[in-house]
Design a protein around this ligand. Structure first.
Ligand code: SF4
Ligand code: SF4
Length: 247
């Protein structure tokens, strides 16, 4: 049975337990960061090769009231992942989809991909997720705690989320849970919505406008892309400008 996450942002308190637990399970070192000087409690400022998960903080004003939104961001494990299509154009097997869970996995082969492959992968990712360690050449992102899931456990972020904002399980059960929760939340927030639920395995429930959480809450570009389109891009690499790559 394929798996999915359901992330209910209305329950998120921004404790960052998911972010820390993810780093701990993956064995990633701390980043040297500061919260001073850029006007946000978010830390680190963005995803990076040592943070598969980041809790984003964003404020905006409605009339006299300030709203503070939190968004626990990660790879969406797209059902037809554009990053895989991009990587396949350079090296088959660098990005694979696990048959039983649906997890999108960057294999050891991904370490051998050239920098231009990474740039194509990040450019094509509708949610701006992949990151590359320039020192090692390693390209990475959330792996759905594939090792834990294969052992019958749930991903670390879902395990530690004390408010049950992050849920993980069989896809049909997660979609059912999401629809039920949406019906409840809509009574107070009529604009509440599930994001791209048919196309991805990390389904978010939000109540505010997507841009009031993060620029890439909604897919920026197609979620699925055909292999012929990927090949066409490789033969005309300069036709489509790269997004502004920030780090
Ligand atoms: S652990 Fe849960 S409540 Fe805490 S920041 Fe992550 S999603 Fe939000
Ligand atoms: S969200 Fe981006 S990195 Fe994750 S599977 Fe989809 S295209 Fe790939």
């Amino acid at each position: 049975m394929s798996k999915s996450f359901f992330i209910d942002v209305t329950r998120c308190t921004a404790c960052r337990g998911c972010q820390v637990a993810c780093k701990e399970w993956q064995g990633f070192q701390a980043n040297k960061t500061t919260q001073l000087g850029w006007g946000s409690h978010q830390n680190p400022p963005d995803l990076n090769p040592r943070n598969y998960k980041i809790v984003r903080f964003k404020e905006h004003k409605i009339g006299d009231r300030v709203t503070w939104n939190f968004f626990s961001d990660q790879c969406r494990h797209c059902i037809e992942p554009p990053c895989k299509d991009a990587a396949d154009g350079y090296m088959k097997g660098a990005v694979v989809i696990d048959e039983s869970t649906g997890a999108v996995i960057y294999t050891d082969k991904a370490k051998k991909l050239p920098k231009e492959a990474f740039e194509q992968m990040r450019n094509d990712c509708p949610y701006d997720i992949p990151r590359r360690d320039d020192a090692t050449g390693i390209i990475n992102k959330c792996d759905m705690c594939y090792d834990r899931v294969k052992a019958g456990l749930i991903p670390m972020c879902a395990k530690v989320c004390i408010t049950s904002a992050i849920n993980f399980g069989d896809r049909d059960k997660m979609l059912e849970m999401a629809q039920k929760r949406l019906a409840v939340v809509k009574k107070e927030y009529p604009d509440a919505q599930l994001i791209d639920a048919d196309d991805i395995r990390v389904v978010y429930l939000i109540t505010d406008k997507p841009e009031y959480y993060h620029d890439y809450v909604l897919a920026q570009g197609p979620v699925g892309i055909t292999r012929s389109a990927a090949l066409a891009k490789l033969t005309a690499p300069l036709k489509r400008p790269f997004k502004n790559l920030l780090g």
